[in-house]
Design a protein around this ligand. Sequence first.
Ligand SMILES: O=C1O[C@H](COP(=O)(O)O)[C@@H](O)[C@H](O)[C@H]1O
Length: 252
Amino acid sequence: MAAVSVFPSPRELGAALARLVAEAAAAAVASEGRFTLGLSGGSMVELLARELPPALSATPGAEPARWLVAFCDERLVPPEHPDSTYGAYRSQLLAQLPPPGPQVLSVRSELDPAAAASDYWEQLQRAFPGEAVPQFELLLLGVGPDGHTCSLFPGHALLQEQHSLVAALQDSPKPPRARVTLTLPLLNAARSVLLVAAGASKAAALKRILEGDEEEPLPAARVRPRSGRLRWLLDEEAAKELRIPVERWPGS
Ligand SMILES: O=C1O[C@H](COP(=O)(O)O)[C@@H](O)[C@H](O)[C@H]1O
């Protein structure tokens, strides 16, 4: 069973998330010379924008200039659009990091969805030479109230995808409809995955994901790294329906 850590509020959750990212970066830079990080959008952007810069300043050796950052999914809108994950990270987080900053792979939203997915896959192949399935050091994944993660939605055919590691969709139930997403085989190749959720709107889905035994598990329940680590970071509101043992952080 995956480890589940519960924090009193999104603020403590965000601070712990940022510490874990900074520590993972320092360890990877020391051992591999670089840190490969996959970021999700939505509420994760604000958590990281607020907490990661101070965590990096407090962690010697984290060195953002040695990071390769990619996005676990992207909404196909221009970077200036409020729904763009890349655009949100660029203005809210990347702008705060000292130059030269990380190498960033972004989905080219000016292309049509299939071409954007194939271009993004080519970028990943160049960034992970010799790896048939790119193995990220750390993936940060969010969870929607319907149990989706990345742009993998309940009941969607992409949940069955075994061949393409990056895929396009044009029928996302959550707008915008056109998106590019990493698929489960790539997610499950990661060395480490943190699944992050805050707020009462996620509680029912989290109960199903973490305690259910469903024939067709929700998308986030299908994230099970083959040999990597999986850890859940939740706030009290998101965890309020859980009955499984969880690790409660001080003050909860
Ligand atoms: O649409 C998306 O939703 C999920 C969850 O977002 P949240 O705001 O509920 O945390 C996000 O992880 C994904 O990257 C995004 O495209």
